[in-house]
Design a protein. Structure first.
Length: 483
DNA sequence: CATGGCGTCAACA
DNA sequence: TGTTGACGCCATG
């Protein structure tokens, strides 16, 4: 990662999307200035990473300027600082006041590989969002035209679409107290509970070509499979994205979804193909896997039926499958639920458009750049880790956290997912070097599905309910079907 | 490094 | 269709 490279990237980004209406328009309810990455993207970013700064590496160079301002009174004056926390993507370190933030910024986010990589990621984030915005605007236009709604109006969407999510969010969660909430100093990460990964789906159809990444994050992070599937149903049906659940979980879901709670092998096959585009290919492989799982796991019970044999699920056995490490913290769960509301809309929108637009998001850059991909993953994991932390520090949904922040969190998680998609040849150990926060995820609590009830939130858990996407795209040599 | 979970391949009934 | 074993990958302790 070289400064020059970074600079180049930045140029590309800025040239492609000179202006951004988003940022300026919303001083109202949502504090966009704190939305580090998502909506405030371009404009803010430009402040932060101008070619000059990135070139010499002193990303913090610009900070002095801002430092001269009475930040105590204008905590939002710095795009990287808000609500008492550092808004550097993936950071969220608590900084009681602006001076401490600056100190933090200079010490933790100086020019190094990690920061540079993060900038790069941010650039791509911006670029991607803008591309998406354009697509969505187009789509909206088409939709309105189709519905004969002011079809004459050239600008169907007076307000930036990417704000929609923010707006939505703000509605459901009126702006939380802004900066006034410097979270406890002892809290390394913001009190938010970035939750476990959700089923994020940022995948673009192009992603299915990525190599195998085996982890089934949704499973691992206790994402309720039914929630994920329900939430991303259309996505899974159309994009060849391997669902982030194990075969066992999927089979169980298929069976439980049936009225009789039992299915024949063929019905299970049908469920797979009906629900997931991914399973419309390589049938021999996954069908074999399904059978293998049915036989292997005690939780699947074969029952002779009139019309042959059907498979049912032995919940008790299924529970036994994996030890539940997580001691569910009700508050955390609540937290997750509340944030879920914030993230879902954005998630859905992002998902849909990304999938449909086949935006090669990080597929090229990230994929070719281990650091980037690793970074994203690391960020994701870091966020996961934060959940735990939050779990122990803050019980209620963080009041100081604005919807936008939640969205931001969502976004970064999504980003992380993307990175995961991009078959980057980098292993955890190595990419963790680029991201300092240790990953500590105690997941695997209950089974995803299991968590349906109260736990289901996990899926949507916090801020990125949706996104986790760390799905594996295995086989894939998969080919050309969807392009 | 040992272990366990998972996915895949494959042989066989 | 169902069972079983082998093997490899990966995460975790």
């Amino acid at each position: 990662m070289i400064p020059a490279e970074l600079q180049q990237l930045w140029k590309e980004v800025t040239s492609a999307h000179p202006a951004e209406e988003t940022t300026g328009s919303s001083h109202s309810s949502v504090d966009l200035t704190t939305a580090t990455c998502v909506s405030s993207a371009p404009a803010k970013t430009s402040l932060i990473m101008n070619p000059h700064a990135s070139t010499n590496g002193q990303l913090s160079v610009h900070t002095p300027k801002r430092e001269s301002l009475p930040h105590e009174e204008h905590p939002h004056s710095h795009p990287l600082y808000g609500h008492g926390v550092c808004k550097w993507p993936g950071c969220e370190a608590v900084c009681e006041d602006f001076p401490s933030f600056l100190k933090h910024l200079n010490s933790e986010h100086a020019l190094d590989d990690r920061s540079t990589a993060q900038c790069r990621v941010q650039m791509q984030v911006v670029q991607q969002l803008e591309l998406q915005l354009a697509k969505d605007k187009e789509r909206l236009q088409a939709m309105m035209t189709h519905l004969h709604v002011k079809s004459t109006e050239p600008k169907a969407a007076p307000q930036p679409l990417n704000l929609v999510s923010s707006v939505t969010l703000s509605k459901s969660a009126p702006e939380a107290s802004p900066q006034s909430l410097p979270h406890t100093p002892t809290t390394p990460t913001a009190p938010l509970t970035p939750a476990t990964q959700g089923p994020s789906v940022i995948t673009t159809t192009s992603m299915h070509t990525v190599g195998p990444i085996r982890r089934r994050y949704s499973d691992k992070y206790n994402v309720p499979i039914s929630s994920d599937i329900a939430q991303n149903q259309e996505f899974y049906k159309n994009a060849e994205v391997r669902p982030p659940f194990t075969y066992a979980s999927l089979i169980r879901q298929a069976i439980l979804e049936s009225p009789e709670k039992q299915l024949t092998l063929n019905e299970i096959y049908n469920w797979f193909t009906r629900m997931f585009a991914y399973f419309r290919r390589n049938a021999a492989t996954w069908k074999n896997a399904v059978r293998h799982n049915l036989s292997l796991h005690k939780c699947f019970v074969r029952v002779e039926n009139v019309k042959g044999a059907v498979w049912t699920v032995d919940e008790v056995e299924f529970q036994k499958r994996r030890p539940q490490k997580i001691s569910g913290n009700p508050s955390l769960i609540k937290n997750m639920q509340s944030s879920h509301a914030y993230c879902t809309p954005l998630n859905a929108a992002l998902q849909a458009s990304m999938a449909e637009n086949s935006i090669p998001l990080y597929t090229t850059a990230s994929m070719g750049n281990p650091t980037l991909g690793g970074l994203a993953s690391a960020m994701r994991e870091e966020l996961n880790g934060a959940v735990e932390h939050a779990n122990s520090t803050e019980s209620d949904s963080s009041p100081g956290r604005s919807p936008v922040q939640a969205v931001t969190q969502c976004f970064w998680k999504r980003l992380a997912c993307l990175a995961a998609f991009s078959n980057f040849p980098m292993k955890r150990a190595s990419f963790m070097q680029h991201y300092r926060h240790p990953v500590h995820v105690k997941e695997e609590p209950l089974d995803p599905e299991e968590a349906e009830g109260p736990l289901s939130l996990v899926t949507t858990a916090n801020h990125s309910p949706d996104f986790d996407q760390d799905r594996d795209y295995e086989d894939e040599a998969v080919n050309e079907d969807m392009e």
